[in-house]
Design a protein around this ligand. Structure first.
Ligand SMILES: [Zn+2]
Length: 359
């Protein structure tokens, strides 16, 4: 994903100016704004445009508590340690996982197997983009039951080149936080969601090819598994190629799309994201607050992101990007598993669990 310039934010927000947007986007990309822009910190003029109304939760307990069975922590509750030990580790063991690589194909196969094991109906969407094979993987529950659709999504590819790394900019990004963390959260949800509580059709969408944005097929060749060819296509890739394809091929309009990206940083700071649907964002932060996560889900605006939620927003679909962009190892070779914590995965997982299962 990338941060946006103010102009680009305005483009995205004006829904009725699609043609102008395309034109401006072309201009910007030709000016060099289309790539991985340096981190853009929103102006301090309006850091908190929204007033947060806090609802106080008063927990009342009976004066005398009758002895009850202490139920061990339910196996159905999202477990950050399991998400980390099982799903994050498995992805990291495949090595760097850029779009079109053998490692990403293996990662996708692994995701498919895990979804099936946990009784999700798996669908894949395969296509070619600039000569590279791309595969979105979606686990579906409740399809065809005429219930409103919600999508929880994360990209599972990793950036082919660590272009923010001063020492080693040609090496691939390991993608522990940027890639594996979001997919690990979705896989743990696949295992632990209580399907009897789901009132919606739920998709767990693993998007391919989010993170080649601003790079080209020539950069994919830095990954060892990729066979070098004599000539490579130097055209820059778009961001969120996989999510774009999902958004374009929806048969029904989802009620909501929540994207999780880079949410595993051990030093977790998740801020409101400016392009996200404000109401849905607020709902998620209220859940986080009730779960005691206010320290990590900070109810203030900070970043403006172009990410996998963007193609959905552009279609007028309510979408939120849950992202912690305060991550020093972003797009470097330092994006390794030791930067991610089980506790961070768990906080995000439990917010989503609570949201999708309802109370
Ligand atoms: Zn990235």
């Amino acid at each position: 994903m990338k941060t946006l310039s103010t102009e680009t934010i305005l483009q995205i927000k004006s829904k009725n100016q699609a043609a102008r947007r395309v034109l401006l986007a072309l201009i910007f990309s030709s000016l060099g704004f289309g790539g991985c822009a340096p981190a853009f910190r929103a102006s301090p003029i309006s850091p908190t445009p929204q007033t947060i109304v806090e609802t106080q939760t008063v927990i009342t307990r009976p004066a005398t508590v009758a002895p009850t069975m202490v139920t061990p922590e339910s196996a159905e509750q999202f477990d950050g340690k399991h998400a980390y030990a099982e799903y994050l580790t498995a992805q990291m063991n495949f090595g760097a996982r850029p779009a079109g690589s053998i490692a990403l194909r293996a990662t996708g196969d692994y995701i498919i197997a895990e979804l099936k094991k946990n009784n999700w109906q798996v669908e894949t969407q395969e296509f070619e983009y600039r000569g590279a094979p791309i595969r979105n993987v979606t686990g579906k529950y409740g399809a065809g039951e005429n219930k409103p659709l919600v999508i929880l999504g994360a990209h599972y590819d990793t950036r082919p080149r660590a272009d923010q790394d001063k020492q080693n900019p040609d090496a691939p990004v390991p993608g522990a936080n940027d890639g594996a963390s979001g997919a690990a959260v979705l896989l743990e949800l696949a295992r632990t969601l209580d399907k009897t509580k789901l009132k919606n059709e739920v998709w767990l969408a693993f998007f391919d090819a989010e993170d080649v944005g601003g790079l080209s097929a020539c950069d994919l060749r830095v990954v060892k598994q990729q066979k070098p060819t004599a000539l490579c296509d130097t055209n820059e890739w778009s961001w969120s190629v996989g999510a774009q394809r999902v958004a374009e091929n929806l048969q029904t309009k989802p009620e909501a799309v929540i994207v999780v990206d880079m949410i595993g940083d051990a030093d977790q700071n998740i801020y409101y994201e400016r392009n996200s649907d404000a109401q849905l964002q607020e709902t998620l932060w209220q859940i986080a607050d009730k779960l005691g996560y206010r320290q990590w889900f900070i109810p203030e605006f900070k970043w403006s992101m172009s990410d996998d939620h963007t193609p959905f927003l552009q279609k007028g679909i309510r979408a939120v990007d849950l992202i912690d962009f305060d991550y020093l190892s972003w797009h470097t070779t330092q994006d390794t598993a030791d930067k991610v914590s089980a506790a961070s995965l768990e906080r995000v997982g439990r917010v989503l669990e609570r949201w999708v299962e309802g109370e």
